[in-house]
Design a protein around this ligand. Structure first.
Ligand code: GLU
Ligand code: ZN
Length: 491
């Protein structure tokens, strides 16, 4: 990268739970920083006391850690521009606002909300641009005194330049915004609280951010930020250079609507609870606007980092496809080595996720069955239903499975199978031979013959390879379950 090293930032506001759109933004910034050997600044934009919460702040940090998106400057790691929580930087913003006022880049606006609303309505009715009309741009001292005399408290408003603002978006190419479309905007509230419109570019300037990669929803604020940047450069805040901007495409949810953070599908916690692997989720989220190559959907974060270029990001809206996200996750589960897979599942196999008692969990049985489960899971939480027959005293009662498997003649088949099972070596191979032989006696192919055995022993019609399951479950428990099924069939 020309001009020194890359400095990007991830700067969420701590409101609500982390969602996938936020993670996509964090991921692209992280990949960009790592690709260029640059710096990822993690900044918390907590200037809105009414909406921000400490809980949400903690969740953001926890999410970043779980995802493995490490940051170089920010909360807990510190850095040369600390503090990285905007709530702790208020004095800087006050100072900058005062300088902007003094140098004429901003002015006090005394208009009340009612007055602004009325003028906006009138402009709209007349078919004119309805943004702020610049009324307070050139107030005389007398006018100011009169307003103050009325007890009005002003906001601070930034004076936009009267010419168009053009910049080259790293994703969308050259964009131009005309003055009619970007009116003067508030940067400090009447109560003195600085707004996002001020603090975000001020911190980007102070923290020497070189590239701003963020969602397309923020595109309309970019010309304002660039104008503010130019003013900051003039008054000597920051190092005077203006970051390059790249706006990441919208993420669409169901029904061609933008995925909203209120959509259940967008809650990061949900993915964690279902047992997505971080590699799987990040792999999928990286495809929302980017791809490694036309024929490779599955890759590691190292591969992404090696290949990531912001110029390859597609400006078209991306579609969030849960099925694809799950399929990619399943692939990543299969890619784990058996030991890693075995360990990754364990949180789900212990209370409170499991429906058996903690002391019923049997580590040796789990390790024996784990290799047979690995190819079957979409998400790790699927593991409990696949192995519960090992840890429950009795198999789950699933009436639909029972009805499906237990046909006329199932009792006779089960009796024969029980005899042969009782007599055979307790290995998957021998167990299979026993059931094949039982089936032959009743004119049934293996598929039909094993169904009642499976339901008798596991409670379900589908599951892990049956004979490996029986081997792990053991002779005594298997036979007891077949006996229990026979008793139930006998009514
Ligand atoms: N705190 C802002 C947000 O969460 C950051 C926007 C930006 O990246 O500039 O929307
Ligand atoms: Zn005004």
């Amino acid at each position: 990268m020309a001009n020194g090293s890359v400095r990007v930032r991830f700067c969420p506001s701590p409101t609500g739970n982390p969602h996938v759109g936020l993670v996509r933004t964090a991921l692209f910034n992280w990949a960009f920083a790592r690709h260029h050997g640059g710096t990822l600044v993690f900044r918390i934009e907590d200037t809105d006391a009414a909406r921000d919460s400490e809980e949400s702040y903690e969740q953001l940090l926890d999410a970043m850690r779980w995802l493995g998106l490490d940051w170089d400057e920010g909360p807990e790691v510190g850095g040369p521009h600390a503090p990285y929580r905007q709530s702790q930087r208020m004095d800087r913003y006050q100072e900058v606002a005062a300088q902007l006022l003094e140098r004429g880049h901003a002015y006090k606006c005394y208009c009340t909300t009612e007055e602004l609303d009325a003028r906006r309505e009138a402009a709209r009715a007349a078919g004119k641009p309805s943004g702020y009309d610049g009324q307070c741009r050139e107030l005389t001292e007398e006018q100011v005194a009169a307003y103050e005399g009325e007890g009005r408290t002003p906001i601070v408003r930034f004076r936009m330049p009267d010419e168009p603002i053009t910049f080259t978006d790293l994703v969308r190419g050259e964009l131009t915004f005309t003055p009619e479309n970007v009116p003067d905007f508030g940067i400090v509230r009447a109560n003195g609280a600085p707004l996002y419109t001020l603090v975000n570019p001020v911190d980007d300037a102070l923290m020497e951010i070189t590239h701003v990669l963020r969602g397309e929803d923020l595109l309309s604020s970019t010309p304002r930020q660039i104008a503010l940047y130019r003013a900051l450069a003039e008054i000597g805040v920051g190092n005077g250079s203006i970051p390059q901007f790249g706006h990441l495409p919208y993420v669409m949810g169901e029904g061609n609507k933008k995925l909203s953070k209120r959509d259940p599908q967008s809650s990061l916690n949900l993915y964690r609870e279902r047992g997505f692997l971080r590699e799987g989720l990040l792999n999928y989220l990286s495809l929302l606007g980017w791809s490694l190559s036309a024929d490779q959907d599955i890759f590691t974060m190292d591969e992404m980092v090696a290949a990531f270029d912001i110029k390859d990001v597609n400006a078209n809206p991306a579609r969030f496809d849960l099925k694809k996200c799950e399929a990619i996750n399943a692939d990543h589960i299969r890619r784990l080595d058996v030991k890693a897979f075995t360990e990754a599942c364990e949180p789900w196999l212990r209370a409170p996720h499991a429906n058996w008692l903690p002391e019923s969990f049997d580590q040796a049985a789990w390790e024996a069955i784990a290799p047979h489960a690995q190819t079957r899971l979409t998400v790790l939480s699927d593991i409990t239903a696949n192995v519960d027959f090992l840890f429950l005293d009795e198999p789950v009662e699933d009436e639909a499975s029972w009805q499906k498997a237990m046909k006329e003649g199932s009792d006779a088949l089960l009796r024969t199978a029980r005899e042969k099972l009782a007599a055979c070596d307790w290995t998957a191979e021998a167990l299979k031979a026993a059931v094949v032989a039982a089936g032959e006696e009743h004119g049934l192919k293996l598929g039909k013959a094993q169904a009642p055995v499976r339901v008798a022993v596991t409670g379900r019609t589908v599951g892990l390879p049956l004979f490996e399951s029986l081997e792990v479950l053991g002779r005594e428990r298997t036979l007891a379950r077949v006996d229990a099924a026979l008793a139930k069939l006998a009514g």
